[in-house]
Design a protein around this ligand. Structure first.
Ligand SMILES: [Zn+2]
Ligand SMILES: [Zn+2]
Length: 451
C-alpha cells in the first residue's frame, strides 16, 4: 500500500498539460536521476503483469526482482535497454478508422518503440484486429482487441449540455462475447458517419469552402467510414485552411459551423453494451469534455470501469482525483494516429506505472476470462460452425479458420486457450469443468456441420 500511496503522491506533482515548461523540465531531470528499488507491492504487481504478458511465451522473461522504478512508479531497466521494460500502449488508431498506418505497420512501430502490450482502439470498428494480431505474433507482442466507441452524452439538467463522448472498450484475445450485438451498434454508428460526413461537406459548401465528397472518401480509404479528420484533410488539400489544427479550430470543432452529429448511441448505453459483451469500459480523454464530473457520475452508475488520466506529459492530477473519488481505474494511452504533426504523442510514450498496469489487468482478466468461458460454453452447447467461428474470430492463421472434424475443433480450442489464458486460469476449477465437457464431446459422423 505504501508504494502505491507514494507513487500517487509524487505523480500528483506532475504537470497538467497546460502547465508544461519549467515543471516538465524539473520532472525530466528527476526521472533521469533517481532509481528506487521496487516496493514489495510493485514487485508482486510486476510479477503478475509479466505472467500475463508472457503467458504464451514460456521462459522468455527475466526475474521481476531485478527491476527498479522511478519516482513515478514507472518501471526502469537496470541496464537502460528499453526492451526490458513492460510498455503498455492502450490507445491507438490505424487506417481502419482515421489513423495513417495499417494495423501491421502500427504494430511494427509499436515494437520499435519498445511496446509489449498494444491495444488497437480504432473508432467504431474492430476490423484491424486480425491483422494486428498476426503482426504482433512476429514480434512477440500482445494485442488487446479494442474499439473506441463514439457516443453522445444527453443532458438531464440545465447545468449539463449535450456533448460527444468517446468510450474505449478492451476485450479478451477471443473478442467480445455476443459480438453481433456490439457489431450491430458499431455498424449503425459507421453508417451514421457517412451521413454525418456528407452533412459536414454540405455545410462547408454553404460556407463557400467547397470540397468534393469523392475526395473525402478517397482520403478515408476503401471501406473506411469517413470522419472529421478525413474532412479536415480534404480542406487542407483544397487549400481552405493551412493545416488540420486550423480546420478543427475554425470549422469542425464540436458545435462548430461545419460540425454535425451522426448515429451515436447514448454514452451510458455504450458502457452497458461493453459490460454485457465481456469488455472493460474506459472513458477516453476526459480533459476534452465540457462537463466531466456529470459524465463520470452518470457512467459510473452504468458500470464504467476506468478513465484515462495518464498522457505522454504525465498524470493529470485533477482527473486522477476524479477517478479516485468514483473508484475508477486510472489508465492512459497516446491516442496515436500517425499524423506526424509536431504536437502528436508518440506511440508507446505514456509511462503507465506498473501498479496501474496491474490494477487494469486485475479488473480486466476476470471479465475476459468470463467472456472466453461464455464463448466456449456456447460451442459445447451447440457445436455449430457459427459458434466455432466466434472462437476463431480474430484467428491469426488460416489453420485456425474452420475445422473439418471435431478433433480438429478441439485442437483449435486447445491452441486458442493456450494463447489466451495463463496456466493458472486454464487449470482453475471453473475451467477444468469446461475442459472435461470438451473431452466428453463425441464426434458424430452424421453431423454435417463438421464435414
Ligand atoms: Zn477519442
Ligand atoms: Zn482515440
Amino acid at each position: 500500500m505504501a508504494g502505491e500511496a507514494y507513487a500517487i503522491q509524487t505523480a500528483n506533482n506532475s504537470s497538467c498539460g497546460s502547465k508544461k515548461g519549467k515543471e516538465n523540465k524539473k520532472k525530466k531531470k528527476k526521472r533521469g536521476g533517481s532509481k528506487k528499488k521496487m516496493t514489495v507491492e510493485q514487485t508482486l504487481g510486476l510479477k503478475s503483469v509479466r505472467e500475463w504478458v508472457f503467458s504464451d511465451q514460456s521462459g522468455s522473461f527475466a526475474a521481476a526482482a531485478s527491476c527498479v522504478v522511478d519516482d513515478f512508479g514507472v518501471q526502469k531497466s537496470l541496464n537502460g535497454r528499453r526492451g526490458d521494460k513492460l510498455v503498455f500502449e492502450l490507445h491507438s488508431h490505424s487506417k481502419c478508422s482515421d489513423g495513417f498506418l495499417s494495423p501491421s505497420k502500427l504494430v511494427e512501430r509499436a515494437h520499435g518503440n519498445g511496446v509489449k502490450v498494444l491495444a488497437l482502439t480504432d473508432h467504431d470498428t474492430m476490423s484491424g484486429v486480425t491483422e494486428a494480431l498476426d503482426a504482433a505474433c512476429r514480434f512477440g507482442m500482445k494485442i488487446i482487441p479494442g474499439v473506441e466507441i463514439s457516443t453522445i452524452f444527453s443532458p438531464r439538467g440545465e447545468s449539463e449540455s449535450e456533448e460527444p463522448v468517446h468510450i474505449l472498450a478492451y476485450y479478451s484475445s477471443c473478442g467480445p462475447a455476443s459480438f453481433d450485438n456490439l457489431e450491430k451498434v458499431l455498424a449503425n454508428i459507421r453508417d451514421g458517419r457517412f451521413i454525418r460526413a456528407k452533412i459536414m461537406v454540405e455545410k462547408l459548401h454553404k460556407l463557400k469552402l467547397p470540397i468534393k465528397w469523392e475526395q473525402v472518401c478517397r482520403i478515408a480509404g476503401k471501406g473506411v467510414a469517413p470522419g472529421r479528420l478525413h474532412v479536415a484533410r480534404a480542406m487542407v488539400e483544397a487549400g481552405h485552411v493551412e493545416n488540420l489544427k486550423q480546420a478543427f479550430a475554425r470549422y469542425l470543432f464540436d458545435g462548430g459551423p461545419a460540425y454535425s452529429t451522426g448515429n451515436e448511441p447514448l454514452v451510458e448505453e455504450a458502457v452497458k453494451l461493453i459490460c454485457s459483451t465481456g469488455g472493460v469500459a474506459v472513458l477516453a480523454h476526459p480533459w476534452a469534455l465540457k462537463n466531466p464530473v456529470a459524465i463520470v457520475r452518470r457512467l459510473k452508475e452504468a458500470g464504467l470501469h476506468g478513465m484515462e488520466v495518464y498522457r505522454s506529459d504525465g498524470k493529470l492530477s485533477v482527473f486522477s482525483d476524479l477517478a479516485d473519488s468514483f473508484g475508477l481505474l486510472k489508465i492512459g494511452g497516446s491516442d496515436y494516429h500517425g499524423r506526424g504533426g509536431h504536437g502528436e504523442s508518440e506511440l508507446g510514450s505514456v509511462n503507465l506505472p506498473v501498479l496501474a498496469q496491474h490494477d487494469f489487468l486485475k479488473v480486466a482478466r476476470p471479465i475476459w476470462f468470463g467472456a472466453i468461458k461464455n464463448i466456449i460454453e456456447n460451442f459445447i452447447d451447440e457445436p455449430s460452425d457459427t459458434n466455432l467461428a466466434s472462437i476463431t474470430r480474430f484467428a491469426r492463421t488460416p489453420v485456425l479458420k474452420g475445422g473439418s472434424s471435431l478433433s480438429c475443433c478441439k485442437d483449435i480450442i486447445d491452441r486458442c486457450l493456450s494463447l489466451w489464458l495463463t496456466n493458472e486460469e486454464i487449470h482453475s476449477a471453473e475451467f477444468e469443468a469446461i475442459i472435461l465437457k470438451l473431452s466428453h464431446m463425441t464426434f458424430n459422423s452424421d453431423d454435417s456441420s463438421f464435414l
